[in-house]
Design a protein around this ligand. Structure first.
Ligand code: NAP
Length: 475
């Protein structure tokens, strides 16, 4: 079948521009070119900040911002199939998962529109202290300033939406740098925002050298906030370098799940098999470490493995595919080397482990130790480990035993156990009887420890992107 090559331009100050140099986007599955985008550098990034700062000098009222966000949501819904096909082509994401991502971006925009409409401060009870008698005071939420947004490859539409929709709701203009591997969905979204009526300069998209564009976002004082989603390594360095800015970090995880013997073992096995391998495990909350109470371990394994074997591995453009390719050969080689290292250290391969046709089969490892890379680092691939445990305390300690803290899950039918786990698990979110891969877009989502320092979801991001200003009036 002939490949559609999508060509998109950069968005700078309301103009679609070329730079004279082109960046090719390739399918992670076939290696074919699926898109071309002008390559930007420091100059374009500076122009983008100029345009964003100029836009903010002429604020757009909240009702108009909300209308643009609602209209963008409608346009995404209308073009869901086309957008899903772009996500699938550039990220290698199976089409059915790409459709879900497009659907979720609709929710993200609608939630941001709601936030734009209810952005307000509060009245301060001034006469509650003698010093305040005779004064009236209120707070307002003022936009923080130009937002620099940097997004990863794995949700090239919805994680861009999680940055640009709340920023607009908050009244902030944005300079967006999407991942070089997946800029097409971000530019498609920019096109829809423009079609929805967004005035020039409020959204600027630059694709190209991460270092050159990143340097401008770090150094230009007009960029008051950087919202970064990606690897911990890059994120924490950015924060160190941008000491005088607010730097919001949404980073990785080595997602654990605890399965108590009193849980619905069949239902748990089904949920975990789906959520350890969808999009080849390239989600920051893909199930990676499964701890099962010893009394239910054999039963769980015998139900889990056939479900893993039943997953269809193949072409992401095929409607039946569950597991597609990894984003690139380096990622595949890294994970294969971690599997080999774990085997050499005593791990047993219960499923997968091989890599036919440039893919990697869903892989399940047993007999792992907490020190192995597959246990303590983020795999970000189609791999999970199975470990039996005796006591709940032991399981919670194992779950907490990495530097990460994004989301974790527990499956149990006992309320006390669920409540104890909710308190003891050191993560930004804990799911009970649901895979920790679960996310609804309006909920507060983010990590503790090495996994980040903020919560995303429009109600929470809008709060981060606005500053509280106090006005005191002497009566
Ligand atoms: P990445 O390599 O850190 O890249 C993320 C973004 O940072 C890309 O746009 C990249 O640009 C850019 N970047 C790289 N070096 C930079 C620099 N020096 N200055 C400024 N920007 C720079 O991460 P990834 O491989 O795309 O994504 C996978 C990671 O993201 C995983 O760790 C995953 O867990 C995490 N993640 C977290 C969440 C969450 O919400 N917590 C969600 C999804 C993913 P280039 O593409 O041009 O290199």
């Amino acid at each position: 079948m002939a490949v559609t090559v999508r060509e998109r331009k950069l968005l700078l100050g309301g103009e679609w521009v070329e730079t004279g140099e082109w960046h090719e986007v390739r399918s992670p599955y076939s290696g074919e070119v699926v898109g071309r985008v002008p390559r930007a550098g420091g100059d374009e990034a500076r122009r983008a900040v100029d345009a964003a700062a100029a836009a903010m000098a002429d604020p757009v009222p909240a009702h108009r911002r909300a209308e643009i966000l609602d209209r963008t949501a409608d346009l995404i819904a209308d073009r869901q199939e086309e957008i899903a096909s772009t996500i699938s082509a550039e990220a290698g994401k199976p089409l059915k998962a790409a459709r879900v991502e497009a659907e979720r971006a609709v929710s993200t925009y609608k939630s941001a529109a709601t936030e734009a409409r209810r952005l307000a401060g509060e009245v301060v009870p001034m006469d509650a202290s003698p010093a305040g008698v005779g004064k009236f005071a209120y707070t307002m939420r003022a936009p923080i300033g130009v937002v620099g947004a940097i997004s990863p490859f794995n949700f090239p539409l919805n994680l861009v939406a999680h940055k640009i929709a709340p920023a607009l709701a908050a009244g902030c203009a944005v300079v967006l740098k999407p991942a070089s591997q997946t800029p097409l969905s971000a530019l498609a979204l920019a096109e829809l925002e423009t079609e929805a009526g967004l005035p020039g300069g409020w959204l600027n998209v630059v694709v190209g050298s991460a270092a050159a564009i990143g340097d401008v976002l770090v150094e230009d004082e007009r960029v008051r906030l950087i919202s970064f989603t990606g690897s911990a390594e890059v994120g924490w360095k950015l924060r160190e370098r941008a000491a005088r800015k607010k730097v919001l970090l949404e980073l990785g995880n080595a997602t654990p799940v605890v399965v108590q013997a009193d849980a619905d073992i069949e239902g748990t096995a089904a949920k975990l098999a789906a959520n350890a391998f969808s999009f080849a495990g390239q989600s920051c909350i893909s199930v990676q470490r499964i701890y099962v109470q010893r009394a239910a371990y054999e039963d769980f394994v015998s139900r889990f493995l056939p479900k893993v074997d039943a997953l269809r591995v193949g072409d992401p453009a095929d409607d039946d595919t569950d597991v597609g390719p990894l984003i690139d050969e380096d990622a595949r080689e890294r994970i294969l080397s971690w599997i080999e290292e774990a085997k050499a250290q005593g791990a047993t391969v219960l499923a997968g482990g091989e890599a036919p046709d440039g893919l990697l089969r869903p892989t399940v490892l047993a007999d792992v130790t907490p020190e192995m890379k597959v246990s303590c680092l983020e795999v970000f691939g189609p791999l999970c480990t199975l470990t039996p445990y005796d006591s709940l305390d032991e399981a919670l300690e194992l779950a907490n035993g990495t530097e990460y803290g994004l989301q974790a899950g527990i499956f149990t039918n006992d309320l006390q156990t669920a409540l104890a786990a909710g308190s003891a698990l050191e993560f930004g979110g804990v799911t009970v009887n649901e895979a920790p891969t679960f996310r609804a877009d309006q909920m507060p989502y983010g990590g503790v420890k090495a996994s980040g320092n903020t919560r995303e979801g429009p109600p929470y991001s809008v709060k981060e992107m606005t500053e509280e200003r106090l006005v005191v009036i002497s009566l």
